[in-house]
Design a protein around this ligand. Structure first.
Ligand code: HEM
Length: 326
């Protein structure tokens, strides 16, 4: 198991899903929830600062971990020393002449454009401009979706190749819209006090989050099944190969998070929304905080599994190999 590559991939997926997730959360959840406060509260200003800090740190980590991933791939492709990777120009060869490398400069440009747009988007007063929100949403979706060109989804032939690439592109955006927005939600729930204005913000935020969540979960299931069809393609590839068993572990983690999200959506959010008593909404808020923290940890576990999956030969290939070696 080539650890540097897996660590670089894990850090990069986590950072990229987090920067896109923070942008989606601000546009679709936080700012609409702040508008529903209904009374003066310090929560929006406090959260805008914390979400801005999260977004900037995640963007910086996206660039640094992306560079690390590139260097690790260049080193493993050339089997040269780390110094030679740069001094011998191996890095430029990987950037210019490999499918993996060619998407990196494009993603770096997207990251720089996003940094520029973050200045007005993450301002202390909050963002109202629809053009700014749309451009940031599109850049964030492009930055995370373009990872499809660095994974197993490239290399397919004909229309099937295009279908697989598009499915993986959408899969990555849905992953950011769900798992990437969990940490911002945890920050919001952690900062929400028990004053009526904060509870009103938490109510709207959990309702909007779970509506976005339902759409993302459905999209992950459909695009994940397409990915599974192209990269495993049979039950035996799922059960008889390391790749397949790892993918089954990922799907099991996914089902656990969906179960927790269902409890949040069907039991705790209605209590937060409808229970007028301070004690009732406080208890619901406490349980939502705990469940969201558990979902963040499970989301991190899924990203760790994905980091390993992409370095293993796909299930269908591993199965053919296993059958030939017997
Ligand atoms: C919380 C839910 C999920 C998250 C956060 C998630 C995230 C990801 C990410 C980041 C990738 C890497 C894509 C790439 O670089 O090309 C990926 C790949 C993949 N996902 Fe998911 N996914 C989720 C759910 C699912 C589900 C439910 C399935 C199956 C039904 C699935 C099947 C796959 C497959 C087969 C791949 C390709 C792995 C590879 O060989 O590189 N995913 N997923």
């Amino acid at each position: 198991m080539n650890d540097p590559l897996i660590y670089a991939r894990a850090a990069h997926y986590a950072a990229t899903l987090s920067v896109a997730g923070a942008a989606f959360f601000i546009v679709f959840v936080a700012e609409p929830a702040f508008a529903a406060a209904g009374a003066p509260t310090r929560l929006p200003a406090l959260l805008r600062r914390r979400l801005a800090l999260l977004a900037w740190i995640a963007l910086l980590l996206t660039v640094v971990s992306g560079a690390a991933w590139l260097v690790v791939v260049a080193q493993s492709m050339s089997d040269s020393s780390w110094a030679e990777v740069v001094s011998e120009g191996i890095l430029w060869t990987v950037l210019a002449q490999t499918g993996f490398g060619r998407v990196w400069p494009d993603r770096f440009v997207l990251a720089c454009l996003l940094a520029g747009m973050f200045v007005p988007f993450l301002s202390a007063e909050g963002v109202k401009s629809i053009p700014i929100k749309s451009v940031v949403g599109a850049l964030a979706a492009g930055l995370v979706g373009a990872l499809a060109w660095a994974g197993h989804a490239v290399g397919g032939a004909g229309i099937e190749g295009v279908v697989h690439l598009i499915a993986d592109f959408v899969h990555l955006i849905a992953a950011a819209a769900w798992i990437g927005t969990l940490l911002p939600l945890a920050l919001l729930l952690a900062a929400a006090g028990h004053d009526p204005a904060s509870v009103a913000i938490a109510r709207v935020a959990t309702l909007r989050f779970s509506t976005v969540g339902i759409g993302s979960v459905g999209t992950l299931l459909v695009t994940g099944s397409i990915n599974t069809w192209y990269l495993a393609g049979s039950v035996s590839a799922l059960t008889e190969t390391d790749y397949g068993r790892l993918l089954l572990a990922k799907i099991a983690l996914f089902l656990v998070i969906v179960a927790i999200a269902a409890v949040n959506r069907l039991r705790l959010t209605p209590r937060l929304v409808h229970d007028a008593s301070a004690a009732g909404s406080a208890a619901a808020l406490r349980q939502l905080r705990r469940n969201t923290a558990i979902e963040v940890a499970l989301g991190a576990a899924i990203i760790a599994v994905v980091a390993v999956l992409g370095t293993s030969p796909p299930g269908f290939e591993a199965l053919i190999h296993a059958h030939h070696s017997h």
